[in-house]
Design a protein around this ligand. Structure first.
Ligand code: SF4
Ligand code: SF4
Length: 408
């Protein structure tokens, strides 16, 4: 294990009244939290947690917030997102309170609390409704596209003649606008809550050259090193025992990283393809060789996503590791959407190389586009939202390592 990365909380600048919400803990339990009433704050989990060697209060402090109904403190805790659910604390808790699963449930609760539409709350707390909704949204998107379908060429797989690329692009733009709007509201709420607790302000983060440099370093740490590079996940969140017994291609950080890189790679390939069409360089759907850069990016990213999502599904099904002991509908829903998106994308590529155009290639294309769009559309309301919330919290974790006004 290497040095700790969760800094001590910032000293409060002025005494503030604490709002107590007695319904907080029962509400978190609706998101799957285990019974932590037995927790007597012994601190064993904090001593075990690889993220908590400096201040020694994490994750115990988050549990206390929930027990005492300190909702504002809990939702404004950047440390909540520093946990990568390694499960080590659950092994050592003398009361079997399972702090690891509690932290996961609290993050689900936080995502639902940042979302003003309450859709995220429904997705997390009503599994049957969430599943039906996911199916209905996919069917609706597919039916909407099918209503505008053109001829089905039997000789070459002309998927963008069957479902016009203009329609797909227009739907994609509407989906992105909705997602960005919903995401910005959630991120803004979260950032405001954390910044308030941390004593950060526009002035402390943007108000001078030194502040801008500090913000730049924190952004690099949160996005470059930790989210894209998975540095802390890799270095701190897997015990030496796990590192020695699990083969490198099944290591948790790598599988997670492949899903992240694969998803982002596919998004980038889709965006680039659209950009090339806008610039008149390549029309969407024009046949290109495998080594064509955008296609190559999409193929590699798709392979990473198929592998990562498949391993995650197998691990969750077997429930062997500590981190996948408990799986919720939200976990399965996200994995299912990721897997279907990636696998159908590959099957379509295969179909493109076949001598004649198989009918199933067209239908798979419809499924692929509908599910991929749904994945993006529902992202702010599902577990995928953590891909944005975690970097925001880690940004504040990185800021806290550098005192305000300290240019070094
Ligand atoms: S180890 Fe268990 S009982 Fe002790 S503080 Fe952590 S959750 Fe509570
Ligand atoms: S699951 Fe791991 S990272 Fe999270 S609180 Fe427990 S020991 Fe720490």
């Amino acid at each position: 294990m290497t040095a700790t990365t969760v800094p001590a909380p910032a000293a409060p600048t002025a005494p503030t009244a604490v709002r107590v919400d007695l319904g907080l803990y029962p509400d978190i339990q609706r998101f799957g939290a285990t019974d932590i009433s037995a927790c007597f704050s012994c601190g064993t989990c904090s001593a075990t947690c690889p993220m908590s060697q400096t201040d020694g209060t994490f994750p115990r402090r988050i549990i206390r917030y929930a027990q005492l109904g300190m909702k504002d403190a809990l939702l404004g805790s950047k440390e909540l997102w520093a946990c990568y659910q390694c499960g080590e604390c659950a092994e050592t808790c003398p009361t079997q309170a399972d702090p690891s699963e509690f932290m996961a449930a609290t993050r689900r609760y936080a995502i639902a609390s940042y979302d003003r539409t309450r859709l995220a709350r429904t997705m997390y707390t009503r599994p049957i409704v969430a599943t039906v909704l996911a199916v209905v949204v996919a069917l609706f998107l597919a039916a909407f596209m099918y209503a505008a379908h053109g001829p089905m060429d039997g000789e070459t797989l002309a998927i963008f003649e069957w479902i016009p690329s203009e329609l797909i692009h227009s739907m994609g733009i509407v989906v992105m606008i909705l997602v960005v709007l919903a995401g910005l509201v959630g991120i803004g709420t979260m950032a405001r809550d954390i910044a308030r607790r941390e004593g950060e302000s526009p002035r402390s983060t943007l108000g001078s050259r030194a502040a801008l440099a500090r913000t730049g370093r924190a952004l690099w740490s949160a996005i470059g090193r930790e989210s894209l590079g998975q540095v802390r996940f890799r270095e701190e969140c897997e015990s030496d025992a796990v590192a020695m017994t699990v083969p490198w291609y099944r290591r948790r950080w790598l599988v997670h990283a492949l899903v992240v890189w694969g998803f982002l790679g596919l998004l980038a390939a889709t965006g680039l393809d659209y950009g090339l069409a806008l610039l008149g360089i390549k029309e969407t759907g024009t046949p290109v060789p495998l080594w064509y850069p955008v296609r190559l990016l999409g193929t590699i990213a798709g392979a990473a996503l198929v592998y990562g999502a498949t391993v995650l599904i197998i691990d969750r099904y077997r429930a062997t590791g500590r981190s996948v002991k408990v799986s919720t509908t939200a976990d399965w829903l996200l994995l299912a959407l990721l897997w279907v998106t990636a696998v159908t994308g590959f099957a379509i590529e295969l179909a493109l190389y076949l001598p004649s155009a198989p009918v199933w290639g067209y239908w798979l294309f419809l499924v692929h586009v509908a599910v991929a769009m749904e994945l993006v559309l529902l992202a702010p309301f599902m577990k995928l939202a953590h891909a944005v919330y975690r970097p925001v919290a880690l940004f504040y974790v990185a800021l806290a390592r550098e005192p305000q006004g300290d240019p070094t």
